[in-house]
Design a protein around this ligand. Structure first.
Ligand code: NI
Length: 187
């Protein structure tokens, strides 16, 4: 089932998500819905807060960007309770977007090399060193589980420059070509 994407301004995007336990109800269905939602909206990653759930689940399919970033070829990851360890000091600045911030992209500086630990949908543990653009996607999605968005990493000047666009998203003054859930009205 395709689910609406919660947009910037919705409080669910700003909460810290809860770890998943083995008794979590309907986990396979939720994961399948998250993949369907990500593919429908043509994203390469989706975190559960973006579909309105503060649970520590991320889905990634980075293959569509593998022409530009070979490390992404065939990489499909279901991350439950992921943990990132930063390896080394190398960083890279690249343009980033987010399904919860339609129509926007900004340059974000991120660590190049990480160690990722997670459990999969069968609660089997995994550990892998990840580099490059795939490491960027993982960091972006895991930020969502901490209530963070990529715009939190940009300079105050850049943030000032996109203030109007952010307000348009938060106040439902934009159109989007995938189903969305706008922030509740505040007065
Ligand atoms: Ni995002």
């Amino acid at each position: 089932m395709n689910l609406p994407i919660y947009l910037y301004g919705h409080p669910v995007l700003r909460k810290i998500s809860t770890p998943i336990t083995a008794d979590y109800k309907d986990l396979p269905k939720l994961i399948a819905d998250m993949y369907e939602t990500m593919y429908t909206s043509e994203g390469v990653g989706l975190a559960a807060p973006q579909i309105g759930r503060n649970d520590r689940i991320v889905v990634i399919d980075a293959d569509p960007v593998s022409d530009s970033f070979p490390e992404c070829a065939g990489r499909k990851l279901t991350l439950i309770n992921p943990e990132i360890e930063i390896l080394g000091d190398d960083t890279e600045t690249r343009s980033e977007g987010c399904l919860s911030l339609p129509g926007l992209s900004e340059k974000v500086k991120r660590t190049e090399h990480i160690r990722l630990r997670w459990v999969d949908e069968n609660f089997q543990p995994h550990e892998e060193e990840i580099k490059g653009f795939l490491a960027r996607i993982v960091q972006h999605e895991c930020d969502h589980l901490e209530g963070k968005l990529y715009i939190d990493h940009i300079s105050p000047i850049r943030k000032q420059l996109i203030k109007g666009k952010l307000a348009d998203i938060a106040h439902a003054r934009i159109r989007c070509d995938y189903p969305v859930r706008y922030a509740p009205k505040t007065r």
